[in-house]
Design a protein around this ligand. Structure first.
Ligand SMILES: [Cu+2]
Length: 511
C-alpha cells in the first residue's frame, strides 16, 4: 500500500529527479517542516583557507565579528560569527602538522576561542584565562598529535559562554590522519561528507535572538537550526552519506535518529573513529558531543534526520522542562537518481581504529560529584586551582551526577575512554574516544585518560559540565599539569578581570 502522503510526496519529488520508493523499502519521511519541496538547501560552512609557510606551519585567520544572518527565510537576525555572520569556517588539518591560528576580536566585548577535544599546550587552550580583548589578536600554535576526529571550536569566557555561543560563535575542526584516509569513507566535503552543527534557538517577535528566556536551567530554544539556518534538504549524489554531527546547543539533549527508524552506522565519537562500526537507530548527543554516522540510501530515496524525544530519562525530574518531549527535523537527505552511484553501498571495514584499554585495572584516581551547579561542592573560582596532575599520568576519574537534572562532563586537553558505567563496561557506541559524556542521574562514569603534557605550572585546563548555563554558573574546575617536584606558578587573574556572572548567585530555582 502506498499512503496518500507518500503519493503527494512522490508527485512533488518527480521534478527534482527523485522517484518513488518501491514497496518493501523505507519510504520518504512524511512529517515535519524539513520535508519535500520548498525547503532551502543545507548551508555548508566554508572550509577555512590556510597556507603552509616556509617554517612548515599551517596558518589560519579567524575574525570574531558581529553581523546579520538569515537564519529563517526572509528574516535577518543580528548574530555573531567567525569570518562571517554566523558560525565559522571549518578548520582542517592533519596529524603531524603544526597549526597556528590568528584570531582577531572585533566584537564589543572580550571573548576566547577554545579548541574542544584538542590536545594542546595549556596556554593555547583558549579557556577563560586566554581572553581576547576587543580589537586584540590572539595567536595560539600547537602540534597536532591525535587521531582523525571531528572537533570544534567555540568561546569559553567564564560566565558568558552560553551567550557567545548562542549568538553564533562556533565552528568545526576536522582532523585527518592516514588511518582515516584508508577506510574508504565518504570524504567529499559538503557533498557526501556533511558537517551538521545542530543548535536550538528562540526568536523574539522582531526577529532577534531571544536571550531573555534564560531559565534557571538555561536557554532552551523552540527552533532547531542546522549550520545556522532552519532545517533544509541536501541532495546526495551518492549511496552513502557521512554526517558529522555536533550538538552545539546550550542545554538541549538531542536523541538523533532517522525517519521510519531506519538504521544508520555510527563510526566515530568525540575523539575519533570507534574500534568497529556500530549499527544504531538512535544516538543521544548532549551539548558539546560529536558523532560521525553513515547513512545509506538507494537512489531516489529520502530520509529525514530528526531529534526525537529523549528516551534516556532515568532519574530526571520533570524531563519536559529540559525539552525531552520535543521532536525536530534536522535534515532531509534526498538521494538523487541523476548522478551515477555505486550499485551497492560498499562494505565497511570490520575494524576502524585500534583501541587499547587505557587503564583496565587502575584504581579510581579522583571522584567528581555533580550537584547544584557545583562540582564536589565548589563553584568555579578563577583564582583557585582545584587539582594538579603529574605529566604523563594515566588517571581514572569517577564522575557521578548526584541530582535529578541532566548534566554532562567535559575534560580539556585529553580524550578519555569510558571504562565503566556503574561498574559495567560501556555499550559499543560509548566505547571509543570521548571528551564529553552525558551523565545520567545516580550513575557513576569511570573515565580513563592520559595527560601527556607538557607541564605548565602557570596555565590551567578546565573540566566542567558542558550545559553552558551550568558551566557559566560555576559548574567547572581547573587543573594544572605539573612535572615531578614542580610547584604551581599560577597567577590568579585580578578581580577586576573577572567576568560578570561568574561564580555568583546562580541557584537551582527550579527545585
Ligand atoms: Cu550541568
Amino acid at each position: 500500500m502506498i499512503s496518500r502522503r507518500r503519493l503527494l510526496l512522490t508527485a512533488a519529488a518527480i521534478p527534482l529527479g527523485l522517484t518513488a520508493c518501491t514497496s518493501g523499502e523505507p519510504g520518504p519521511s512524511t512529517n515535519g517542516p524539513g520535508t519535500g519541496t520548498g525547503t532551502r538547501a543545507l548551508p555548508i560552512p566554508p572550509l577555512a583557507p590556510s597556507r603552509v609557510d616556509a617554517d612548515g606551519v599551517r596558518r589560519f585567520t579567524l575574525t570574531a565579528q558581529a553581523g546579520s544572518h538569515e537564519i529563517r527565510p526572509g528574516t535577518h537576525t543580528p548574530t555573531w560569527g567567525y569570518n562571517g555572520s554566523i558560525l565559522g569556517p571549518t578548520l582542517r588539518a592533519r596529524r603531524g602538522e603544526t597549526v597556528e591560528i590568528a584570531i582577531t576580536n572585533t566584537l564589543p566585548e572580550a571573548t576566547s576561542v577554545h579548541w574542544h577535544g584538542m590536545h594542546v599546550p595549556a596556554a593555547d587552550d583558549g579557556g577563560p584565562h586566554q581572553m581576547i580583548a576587543p580589537a586584540a589578536t590572539w595567536t595560539p600554535r600547537w602540534h597536532i598529535d591525535q587521531p582523525a576526529a571531528t572537533l570544534w571550536y567555540h568561546p569559553h569566557p567564564h560566565g558568558s559562554t552560553e551567550k557567545h555561543v548562542y549568538r553564533g560563535l562556533a565552528g568545526l575542526f576536522y582532523l585527518d590522519d592516514d588511518n582515516g584516509d584508508h577506510l574508504n569513507l565518504p570524504s567529499r566535503y559538503g557533498i557526501d561528507d556533511l558537517p551538521l552543527v545542530i543548535q536550538d534557538r528562540r526568536f523574539s517577535p522582531d526577529g532577534r535572538l531571544d536571550e531573555t528566556s534564560s531559565s534557571s536551567y538555561g536557554l532552551l530554544g523552540d527552533t532547531l537550526i542546522v549550520n545556522g539556518a532552519v532545517p533544509g534538504h541536501h541532495d546526495l549524489p551518492a549511496r552513502r552519506a557521512r554526517l558529522r554531527l555536533l550538538n552545539g546547543s546550550s542545554g538541549r539533549l538531542l536523541d538523533i535518529g532517522l525517519s521510519e527508524d531506519r538504521e544508520f552506522t555510527l563510526i566515530a565519537t568525540d575523539g575519533g573513529l570507534l574500534p568497529a562500526p556500530v549499527t544504531r537507530t538512535r544516538l543521544l548527543l548532549s551539548p558539546g558531543e560529536r558523532a560521525e554516522i553513515l547513512v545509506d540510501l538507494d537512489p531516489g530515496h529520502i530520509a529525514t534526520l530528526r531529534a526525537y524525544p529523549v528516551t534516556t530519562r532515568t532519574g530526571i525530574d520533570r524531563p519536559e522542562r529540559f525539552g525531552f518531549d520535543d521532536t525536530f527535523d534536522i535534515l532531509t537527505l534526498r538521494a538523487t537518481t541523476i548522478a551515477p552511484v555505486a550499485p551497492i553501498a560498499p562494505a565497511l571495514p570490520g575494524v576502524l581504529a585500534a583501541l587499547t584499554p587505557l587503564a583496565p585495572d587502575l584504581p579510581v584516581t579522583r571522584t567528581f560529584d555533580l550537584k547544584w551547579f557545583m562540582i564536589n561542592g565548589a563553584k568555579m573560582d578563577m583564582t583557585r586551582i582545584d587539582l594538579t596532575v603529574p605529566t604523563g599520568a594515566t588517571e581514572v576519574w569517577a564522575v557521578t551526577n548526584r541530582e535529578d537534572w541532566p548534566h554532562n562532563f567535559h575534560v580539556h586537553d585529553t580524550q578519555f575512554q569510558i571504562r565503566a558505567i556503574d561498574g559495567t563496561p560501556p555499550p559499543p557506541h560509548l566505547a571509543g574516544w570521548k571528551d564529553t559524556v552525558y551523565t545520567e542521574p545516580a550513575r557513576t562514569y569511570e573515565l580513563a585518560m592520559r595527560f601527556l603534557g607538557p607541564a605548565d605550572p602557570a596555565h590551567p585546563f578546565m573540566y566542567h559540565c558542558h550545559l553552558l548555563h551550568h558551566e557559566d554558573q560555576g559548574m567547572m574546575g581547573q587543573f594544572l599539569i605539573l612535572d615531578p617536584g614542580q610547584a604551581p606558578a599560577f597567577t590568579p587573574p585580578p578581580m577586576g578581570d573577572m567576568p560578570m556572572g561568574a561564580g555568583g548567585s546562580g541557584t537551582h530555582g527550579g527545585h
